[in-house]
Design a protein around this ligand. Sequence first.
Ligand SMILES: Nc1nc2c(ncn2[C@@H]2O[C@H](COP(=O)(O)OP(=O)(O)OP(=O)(O)O)[C@@H](O)[C@H]2O)c(=O)[nH]1
Ligand SMILES: [Mg+2]
Length: 314
Amino acid sequence: MKEWERRSLVTAEENKSFKSGFVAIVGAPNVGKSTLLNKLLKQKISITAPKPQTTRNRITGILTGGDYQIVFIDTPGIHKAEDEFNRGLVDTALSTLSEADAVIFMIEPDTAGQHMNEFILQNLREIGTPVILVINKVDALSDKRLLLPLMQRFQERMDFRAIIPASALSGDGTDQVLAGVLALLPEGPKFYPEEYVTDQPERFFVAELIREKIFHLAHQEVPYAVAVMVDRFTEMEERERIEIDATINVERDSQKAIIIGKGGLMLKEIGKQARKEIETFLGCHVYLSLFVRVQKNWRKDLRALAEFGYRQGG
Ligand SMILES: Nc1nc2c(ncn2[C@@H]2O[C@H](COP(=O)(O)OP(=O)(O)OP(=O)(O)O)[C@@H](O)[C@H]2O)c(=O)[nH]1
Ligand SMILES: [Mg+2]
């Protein structure tokens, strides 16, 4: 019996039982995966930027309702990785698939990522987990008539449980995404207390928010050469204020000069913008001190990768 048939047979009584599960959000870089996670959670959990390869880890976002708990897992964009570091990002995304009860596969209407989407489809067919296709950024689509043929083309390639056009940015269609996910969730326990929005430590988000500002303020290769480490996180006066020291690691002296900027202006701006968001996230005053350090070729150094949280062990 197919899953949807079984579901339609369950009694009203059983319908009241609790549902839970893990839902992976996957897709090519820059399609809006992290933006969707934030919209579904109504809170900024995952950093976003108009550049590819923004997300580097699996980011957990927990959404708890009256009779369900969904553990969303945002993942790095799946792309043709040219080096070990990027292969690690893609591995992180692909390995999430095997743990998921359902998958949200995101695409953009434009055709640039089609080659990558074929590769992702192959992986999705192999694992056999139910998949919802989200066609994102429909707000930016000038000719809406293109949508239907696109939906038809994808439906021919895989048996999606739902195909939902959406705008993660405006929130159009995201309720349908949530409803689609809920329809696929198995019965299960509450994994986390309901006030949990994530299982990652606060320090991790502090480092991520600093990294996000660098993605927005610095250009070309610089954001990609950056890894942020929180060295000190001290709660003062019963958490009225938190003092944070963080180090921005770069690979070369020239990148260090760019991050610091003329007369230290760039670093000051990164600090100002990051502090604002960190204060919102932590809900208290924050004193943020930033340092810049050159750690040559950290993306090739297994020990540095582990230290920065991009690899287990190392
Ligand atoms: N117009 C429009 N832009 C969007 C939408 N969703 C996301 N974006 C923008 O697309 C860019 C990438 O968004 P992200 O959420 O960082 O994309 P991602 O898929 O997580 O990217 P990676 O982590 O790099 O793989 C950002 O500039 C977003 O503001 C949307 O629905 N409409
Ligand atoms: Mg992302």
